[in-house]
Design a protein around this ligand. Structure first.
Ligand SMILES: Nc1ncnc2c1ncn2[C@@H]1O[C@H](COP(=O)(O)OP(=O)(O)OP(=O)(O)O)[C@@H](O)[C@H]1O
Length: 781
């Protein structure tokens, strides 16, 4: 319809053509062929491929840079001072390292905060061929590395913890005391005194988790908070060259002074290849386990690892009295640790990437700065007819957006003239527009897709966004992931450059940390209230897993739920399934089995989802069967059990789903149910404390009953579940690789649903999924 209207208007100004094309494309139309005679999908795929390659290249470059930095750091340690020059006793003496010292230096690096992020097993140890020949095994095994000594050598790290905490031989245990949080600020260039220069050289073997090579040059902090001023490694070398110690630094990085060690550092060998030459990897392993052991001991002794609250109250920070009043009314008196840390970064005007465990109050951590921003902007500017949007909060789902807006409304209860609105999919575009016009607001909580609709359709929001002061991205790792990244890029492009940005998540994979500069300024703070090497899940949540044949899953789920609901008085359970259709199928079955269940997934209407979500928030004695729409951010109080059926899409999703229980420092339980061919996922979460649960005894009568109940479920739902199942596992890297096995497993799943023959696929779909011609796949005629 829109196409014909536009085509009838013959005199389209040439300047409007690109806009028209964008509009048509947005409406699902647009040109049928693209340059090179490609169709829309080929064109799209080509661009996706290009983007992937570009990203891969960037990562590769980053890795090379990182390796180059390590090489230059080690070279500087190995280079010899000029024998003719008088050595200043206050400066470190850079003698060639003995092989043993070399290992210690590497281990030092390994123990640094963030180093674990960069050092993964695939990188393997740095293998020294010539140096290793000198380094006899006897030498290594006869003098085991003293971890305490190693750590005491890493003064940089110890200095982060504060001078009082790093004295004597207790460095390791001090270091491992439950940390409140760490703040790493990245600064481009830092002018330093000669003293600082010295310390920078001293710490040149250190590393951090950012893509910048963060080098410690100073400390600050109170209440256990540690601040570090860091500098980009590349700048560091340039800068030192410019300043006092120019000559010596130039000498330090000169390849002429490298000797045999230069060659040894270049060669990295995968860990597998050197496993039997156990030297370095064994030592690193030993240090790692010692590190974990001491941390566990320290945490055990202090016991407050799980406390989410800080020492500060809201009225002690620069929070407006009316907000404090509203917070107090809502029962918030003391700040949580993430709230305190975020507030101080916000007040300093810094951009920040904030990592804090699930259920520790991240929403309030960004809503309080949001309200302060609006108050500040309102006080400095006269009232405007159409007020600018001062704060934009982006989050992945509509439920989460509604939840955040509801929490914001509680906090602005006593502030007249501040408004919050949501822009989420599933509502009518025109209704959104009317709402924005009739009820102007300064804070918008939006999902990226719907916000982009408004921006691209010039609903007036773009102009209002030009006044933006604060951008907040909740579940940032998810929004910066491939699924949302394009939208995020477009949104960021149309926001003003002069603004503060705060990113939040309970998990921050290193790839996301790298690309966070899409949103954050280069000089941003990295606040980690979890702590490097600490558990990302809550210790009070008991986690277990079960590996059982796929066809038994329905019965096992029923058994687990029955057991839990009969044992826990005020039970409240969330059951995660892999896809929307699997969720629907599981719900239908459990409903037939007379369990008190509700369902939420993307195929349900927004109204229904909101109703069920509200009901589940308020109630007890209820089981919510859901897809991943409820995995992140949803705050359902007092969930007693989280069951995850099937492999989660990644480690992060496992953590976020589990995080629906054990909120606000409470306890909870999590069970992961996998089929034997999904068990490889356990490797991804091997650092988390999951116990293997024993398989329950399954009642054969119940098996028959389930089979009977399955026949009552609509065949079209089972067919949809089969298609969704195939799609989900086909996109799993491990399982989707072997298409024949995949189809066999899918057909097994079909049988467990009581379908005699596997449902057919459209030829196009089968082709796209790479399943055409695979035995067992039926193609629709
Ligand atoms: N200062 C506080 N004092 C008491 N309770 C608080 C405080 N801050 C937050 N809470 C409560 O903690 C719970 C979890 O908060 P919130 O949903 O913000 O967690 P989150 O860190 O965003 O979790 P997720 O990672 O799952 O998104 C909520 O019930 C909230 O009311």
């Amino acid at each position: 319809m829109y196409t014909s209207i536009f085509l009838r208007r013959r005199t389209i100004a040439s300047a409007a053509v690109p806009q028209l094309l964008t509009f048509l494309r947005h409406m699902g139309g647009g040109p049928r062929t693209f340059p090179g005679g490609l169709n829309k999908w080929q064109w799209k795929r080509m661009h996706e491929k290009k983007a992937k390659e570009k990203e891969k290249k960037l990562l590769e470059q980053e890795k090379q840079l990182y390796q180059a930095r390590i090489r230059s750091q080690i070279r500087s340690k190995l280079s010899q001072p000029d024998p003719t020059s008088q050595h200043d006793p206050n400066l470190p003496n850079y003698k060639p390292l003995s092989p043993q010292d070399h290992i210690k230096a590497l281990a030092d690096r390994f123990m640094k905060e963030g180093a674990e992020d960069l050092w993964n097993e695939a990188d393997g140890p740095i293998k020294s061929q010539s140096a290793q020949s000198q380094l006899s095994k006897k030498e290594l095994t006869s003098s085991p590395i003293d971890v305490g000594k190693l750590i005491s050598g890493s003064r940089n790290l110890a200095s982060n913890i504060g001078s009082s905490a790093c004295s004597g031989s207790n460095n390791l245990s001090n270091l491992l005391k439950p940390r409140h949080y760490s703040v790493v600020a990245s600064h481009g260039r830092i002018k330093t005194s000669p003293r600082l220069n010295y310390r920078r050289k001293e710490s040149s073997s250190s590393d951090d988790d950012s893509d910048d090579s963060d080098v410690v040059v100073g400390t600050s902090g109170e209440n256990g908070r540690r601040g570090r001023v860091v500098s980009n490694g590349r700048h560091l070398l340039d800068e030192e060259g410019e300043e006092g110690g120019r000559g010596s630094v130039r000498r330090m990085v000169s390849s002429a002074a490298l000797g045999k060690y230069d060659r040894t550092i270049k060669k990295r060998v995968p860990l597998r290849d050197v496993e039997d030459e156990d030297d370095l990897s064994l030592h690193v392993q030993a240090i790692r386990s010692e590190f974990n052991k001491r941390r566990d001991e320290t945490v055990g002794a202090n016991g407050d690892e799980e406390s989410i609250l800080s020492q500060k109250r809201f009225d002690q920070c620069s929070v407006s009295p009316l907000t404090v009043k509203a917070l107090t009314a809502a029962g918030y008196v003391q700040m949580t640790r993430v709230q305190e840390a975020t507030m101080s970064a916000y007040l300093e005007g810094q951009d920040a990437f904030v990592k804090a465990k699930t259920g520790t109050g991240k929403s309030a951590a960004f809503l309080i700065p949001a309200i302060e921003t609006v108050l500040k902007a309102l006080s400095s500017k006269p009232v405007q007819r159409v007020p600018p949007v001062y704060v934009l909060i982006l989050c992945p789902t509509r439920e989460l957006a509604s939840q955040i807006a509801a929490e914001a409304n509680v906090m602005i209860k006593y502030h007249d003239g501040i408004g919050v609105q949501t822009l989420v999919g599933g509502t009518r575009f025109k209704v959104d527009q009317k709402r924005l016009e009739s009820d102007p607001c300064q804070i918008i909580v939006a999902t990226p897709g719907r916000l982009l609709d408004h921006v691209e359709n010039k609903s007036g929001i773009s102009v209002r966004l030009m006044g933006l002061k604060l951008l907040i991205v909740d579940e940032a790792d998810h929004l910066l992931d491939l699924g949302f990244r394009r939208d995020m890029e477009k949104i960021v492009d149309c926001l003003p450059r002069q603004k503060q940005s705060l990113l939040f998540s309970a998990t921050i994979p290193k790839e996301v940390r790298r690309i966070s500069q899409l949103v954050l300024k280069r000089e941003h703070a990295y606040i980690d209230t979890v702590g490097v090497g600490c558990l990302e899940t809550h210790a009070k949540v008991n986690q277990s897993y079960l590996v059982a044949p796929h066809e038994e899953h329905f019965q096992i789920v029923h058994h687990l739920l029955k057991e839990h609901t009969s044992q826990v008085l005020d039970y409240k359970v969330i059951l995660f399934c892999t896809t929307a259709m699997m969720t629907s199928l599981m719900y239908s079955l459990l409903h037939e089995m007379k369990l008190n269940v509700r369902e939420i997934h993307s195929k349900k209407s927004p109204l229904y989802r909101t109703r069920v979500s509200d009901e589940f928030r308020e109630s007890k004695l209820l089981i919510l069967v859901t897809s991943d729409v409820s995995a992140r951010g949803m705050n359902y109080p007092d969930v007693t059990l989280v069951v995850q059926v099937g492999i989660p899409c990644d480690r992060e999703q496992y953590i976020h789903r589990l995080g629906r229980t054990g909120r606000e420092g409470k306890g909870g339980e999590g069970v992961l149910l996998l089929a034997p061919w999904e068990a490889h996922f356990l490797d991804e979460i091997k650092d988390l404390p999951l116990n293997k649960a024993s398989l329950p005894h399954l009642d054969p009568a119940m098996k028959v009953q389930i089979k009977g109940l399955m026949t009552k479920i609509d065949t079209s739902l089972k067919e949809a579940a089969y298609h969704a199942w195939l799609g989900y596992y086909n996109s799993n890297r491990e399982i989707g690789r072997d298409k024949t096995t995949l189809v066999e497993l899918a057909n097994g799943f079909c049988e467990s649903m009581g379908l005699q023959t596997p449902p057919s696929l459209f030829r196009k779909t089968a082709l796209k999924m790479g399943l055409k011609g695979i035995p067992g796949i039926r193609i629709r005629k």
